[in-house]
Design a protein around this ligand. Structure first.
Ligand code: NAD
Length: 332
């Protein structure tokens, strides 16, 4: 298969290596709005590069890992050519564009997959199965957190969409996927404790929220762009029979204040790449299978839109200091 990968920044460089090494991929073509960046990565990986239009014309499937504001135009351009599309989350930076893309691409009927890699992480898969099998009993509480050790580069922040649309959209997607429930209401807050670039973009670098699921389950969420201990992503699910925790392995960046506790035993992950390597590989394998017509999408545009609505409600809640229902921000 000939694959075009558009957007060769942080995540694009990582995805490119995975795509290049896939046994079903015999040609990888890179493009970026900054051509020198695509050329440098192409040289490093021993693959081809070209313009965005040029690589689209040569491709049989497309991986979009460009900055978020570029997603709508690139998704639609690829879909108009009938190409299967993998796009990094989120679909777009706002609800209007997200809904427009979902409608346009749905009408074209091309296979699509959005990059919510937590759906391929063993811990979340196990927790979902434990909930479905009844091992947890009836779900009563969820606590989720997503904390980066280091913030993204300052120039990433103004177009990121803010911490809830950019970062916690992962939590909202996986919350729906693991629990099988919809979020009905969000109350979110945020704080600026780090570099000025966050406040200057109307964003925050610390976040917290309380979410209500459609069966009444209460969910708490916390996040940070500055977690000195390391990259920390967890989800605790408490049921009437048991409590399961995703992300509580030897790498968890915690120090017990109790005596004689030698857990965790390993070094914390410094960033998202180490934490999710296996999941990124598995999601790209799934995309190749999707493009070859061998499986259904692991994360449709419609799924991604649902998670985005929760992000939108959280962003509005934070800015207006009030609980916001997801129905209030829904646009279709
Ligand atoms: N799933 C994950 O864990 C994860 C992690 C990081 C980033 N992301 C997502 O991946 C995307 C990229 O993030 P990043 O951290 O790699 O950003 P980045 O800033 O490092 O890279 C973005 C790249 O896109 C290029 N670009 C911008 N507009 C373009 C256009 N119109 N056409 C072609 N290229 C264009 C830029 O030149 C840059 O090279 C974002 O949507 C982000 O939300 C996902």
């Amino acid at each position: 298969m000939h694959v075009a990968l558009i957007g060769t920044g942080r995540i694009g460089a990582a995805h490119a290596e995975v795509v290049r090494d896939h046994p079903e991929v015999d040609r990888l073509l890179l493009a970026d709005a900054e051509p020198g960046r695509a050329a440098a990565l192409a040289e490093k990986l021993g693959v081809e590069h070209g313009t965005v239009d040029g690589v689209l014309a040569e491709a049989e499937a497309v991986v979009i890992s460009a900055a978020t504001p570029a997603h709508p135009r690139l998704i639609v351009a690829a879909a108009r050519r009938g190409l299967p599309v993998f796009c990094e989350k989120p679909i777009a930076a706002d609800v209007v564009d997200s809904v427009r893309v979902v409608r346009e691409v749905r009408a074209m009927g091309v296979p699509t997959q959005v990059g919510f890699q937590r759906r391929f992480d063993a811990g979340y898969v196990n927790a979902r199965e434990a909930l479905q099998s009844g091992a947890l009993g009836e779900l009563r509480r969820v606590h989720a957190l997503t904390c980066d050790q280091e913030p993204p580069p300052a120039d990433y922040i103004p177009t990121s969409g803010g911490i809830f649309r950019d970062c916690h959209v992962h939590d909202f997607d996986i919350l729906r996927w693991v629990t099988g429930r919809e979020v009905t209401e969000v109350y979110a807050v945020g704080a600026n404790r780090g570099e000025a670039c966050f406040a200057e973009s109307g964003d925050v670098d610390e976040a917290a929220a309380v979410l209500t699921l459609d069966d009444g389950t209460l969910v708490t969420l916390q996040g940070s762009r500055y977690n000195g201990g390391g990259h920390d992503v967890r989800m605790e699910l408490a049921g009437t029979r048991a409590t399961w925790v995703v992300g509580l392995d030897g790498h968890v960046p915690l120090v017990s204040a109790e005596e004689d506790v030698d857990f965790p035993s390993d070094t914390p992950w410094p960033n998202f790449w180490g934490r999710w390597t296996a999941a990124y590989v598995a999601e790209m394998n799934a995309f190749v299978e999707l493009a070859l017509g061998r499986r259904r999408s692991a994360c449709s545009l419609e799924d991604a839109l649902e998670a985005f609505y929760v992000s939108e409600a959280a962003s509005l809640s934070r800015s207006e200091h009030r609980p916001v229902t997801v129905a209030e921000v829904r646009a279709e």
